[in-house]
Design a binder for this molecule. Structure first.
Ligand SMILES: [Zn+2]
Length: 605
């Protein structure tokens, strides 16, 4: 018995010890330092940090500065193997993923071209599968790389708005994106972040939100002398007894760069107790859209300023928060003197602290101005964390349980249809300030169904103010035109029977002039969007490079052309008929409308 008891204790202690070691180990392993090198031949220098606030997403990597240039060598950040190659005419453009033995994956996006054996592998793959764009995941290591190997050249491919390298570090297994600064990839920066404004929110009734704005600048704050970056708001803010939420407009600044950058962390403490903290260490891709509830989205829509809230809505499940039991809201009892402490930290751990003294009084004060109204009387509502739908004989709008963050009041109705393009009534599911986390299922019954044009039907999103509309995709199925609605608004059924356009163009860029071995084309579609683009040289498939943002389709004269030129020479020697290489470009839009054009190719150089 006694023996067993001691044995048990020993065993349990042993287990605890092992547990502590595991904890320690995983912590130490979390973010290995100096393992990953900066992938460019320079000191870390960013255009944009990890987690920056963007439309519909948080920036998922670091944008590395290439000084407005393309063609800088991009190096493997550490030893590993190419685990994925993805080429898109949008998004990351030409991208490489490398798996490393320590459980992390590095990603390099917007490349101009690939290098060496990687480029060779891709070229073969593209010809074998007759596609420029593809997403290939390597089941086993085929292309190995050493730390510092050149994997490609920096560029501006895909949805990039200027030359740079988009660099990510991910957890290979979970695919969560991790802030690269945690691995020691940190650009030099001694500038402190700053809070520009503080916002006070009062939740008056369901849907009605009041807001007060405090300007935080030199005339409104006093610097505490013993510190360089601790400030106190000069005035005591008087509020009446109620529940409040807070928000900040905060930015980071970097030496020699004028624009405002994203911050790493911000927090709010009330009487030195943590109310809310948001830290950008890592997040999953499907969390990125929480940006639309993380910020005061209605304010952003009207003012184009992103206020980061210190409280969260019911439907906000972003994993980056540490919050009190009231989801970041604070109840302020009457007759109290309180202090709020806001703290902002940048990626270099430069800190800014702001104290705001608050006095809560019994008397009702009318300090707030109503900045926006979430509800209008008589409107219907969608509720968060549950399925919601609108169903009529000719219309369906259905949203998933996790599609909205808060109660959304909406206005539902129909509009008089547009004469020309509309093939149905215009439906309105409207809320000017709410966003959808996941696209809704939408279906609209068209007026009449002409069998000939059935497959040309699609949905249109209608901009009521501009009386303009854009494609919302979808297609005819079971008597209705069905698709996805990515936002609330106005929708109707329309038709697309117009083929894309193809035009040869002559670029006068340095590269284009120095290298005459390519043809450029501009391809465009009027409505549903480009679907497929193909090129054939005397019926032989050729690789065409497409850049969606510039509508540029490029044929780099490659081995197919060289072979045909050689064949041509041969036929000349043999006095047989000359086969002139003829380039056929075929472009199809998303509704199957096809355009074709042929171009004569040079036969000698
Ligand atoms: Zn980026």
């Amino acid at each position: 018995m006694w023996f067993n008891f001691f044995y048990m204790v020993k065993w349990k202690l042993g287990l605890l010890f092992v547990f502590i070691i595991i904890l320690f180990e995983t912590n130490a392993q979390n973010y290995p330092q100096n393992y990953f090198r900066y992938p460019l031949d320079s000191l870390p220098n960013l255009v944009s940090p990890f987690g920056g606030l963007r439309d519909n997403h948080f920036h998922s990597g670091m944008d590395l500065r290439t000084n407005q240039q393309e063609g800088l060598p991009v190096f493997a950040s550490a030893d590993g193997y190419i685990s994925r190659i993805k080429i898109q005419s949008i998004g990351y453009g030409k991208a490489i993923y490398i798996n490393h033995p320590n459980g992390f994956t590095t990603v390099y996006g917007h490349l101009q071209k690939y290098s060496g054996k990687i480029a060779e592998w891709i070229h073969n793959y593209q010809y074998k599968n007759q596609t420029f764009e593809f997403d290939y995941v390597f089941e086993k290591p085929i292309l190995l790389v050493k730390k510092g190997d050149t994997i490609g050249l920096s560029g501006n491919s895909g949805g990039s708005s200027g030359p740079h390298v988009h660099f990510e570090i991910r957890n290979t297994k979970s695919e969560k994106i991790i802030n690269p600064t945690l691995f020691g990839i940190i650009p030099f920066d001694t500038f402190n972040p700053t809070i520009k404004k503080v916002f006070i929110y009062k939740f008056v009734s369901d849907g009605l939100l009041l807001k007060k704005e405090l300007k935080i600048d030199q005339t409104h704050t006093t610097k505490l002398k013993e510190f360089t970056n601790v400030f106190v708001y000069n005035k005591q803010i008087e509020l009446d007894e109620d529940q409040y939420g807070f928000g900040i407009e905060a930015y980071d600044y970097i030496h020699n760069q004028e624009d405002e950058k994203g911050i790493y962390e911000y927090s709010l403490k009330h009487k030195e107790k943590l109310v809310f903290k948001h830290t950008l260490n890592q997040f999953a891709f499907n969390e990125s859209k929480y940006i639309n509830t993380h910020i005061d989205f209605p304010f952003y829509k009207t003012e184009k300023v992103r206020i980061q809230k210190c409280f969260i809505d019911d439907g906000n499940e972003f994993s980056t928060y540490e919050i009190n039991n009231e989801k970041g809201k604070i109840y302020l009892p009457a007759n109290s003197l309180d202090t709020l402490k806001f703290e902002v930290i940048d990626n270099n751990k430069n800190t800014y602290i702001l104290y705001v003294p608050i006095k809560v009084i019994i008397k009702k004060i009318d300090i707030q101005k109503i900045t926006y109204l979430k509800s209008l009387k008589g409107e219907k509502a969608f509720y968060p964390l549950t399925k919601n739908s609108i169903k009529t004989k000719d219309f369906l709008f259905e949203i998933d349980a996790k599609s909205i963050y808060d109660t959304v009041f909406y206005n539902f109705g129909t509009l008089k249809p547009l004469q020309e393009p509309a093939q149905s009534t215009i439906y309105r599911i409207f809320n000017s300030s709410a966003s959808l986390h996941k696209a809704a299922d939408i279906a609209i019954k068209p007026y009449g169904i002409n069998l000939k044009f059935q497959n040309k039907l699609l949905l249109a999103y209608y901009f009521k103010d501009r009386k303009d509309f854009r494609s919302a995709g979808g297609g005819f199925e079971n008597g209705m035109v069905r698709g996805k609605a990515s936002s609330f608004g106005h929708y109707f059924v329309t038709i697309d029977t117009i083929a894309p356009t193809i035009k040869q163009i002559f670029l006068n860029t340095e590269e284009a002039i120095n290298d005459s071995l390519h043809y450029y084309f501009e391809i465009k579609d009027n409505f549903s969007g480009l679907g497929k683009y193909e090129g054939f040289l005397n019926n032989e498939w050729i690789l065409l490079d497409f850049d969606a943002k510039s509508n540029l389709l490029t044929y780099h004269f490659d081995e197919v052309w060289k072979k045909q030129v050689a064949d041509n020479k041969l036929s000349k020697l043999n006095n047989t008929a000359i086969i002139k290489p003829e380039l056929l470009i075929r472009v199809t839009d998303k509704k199957g409308n096809v355009a074709e054009k042929s171009f004569e190719m040079p036969i000698t150089f």
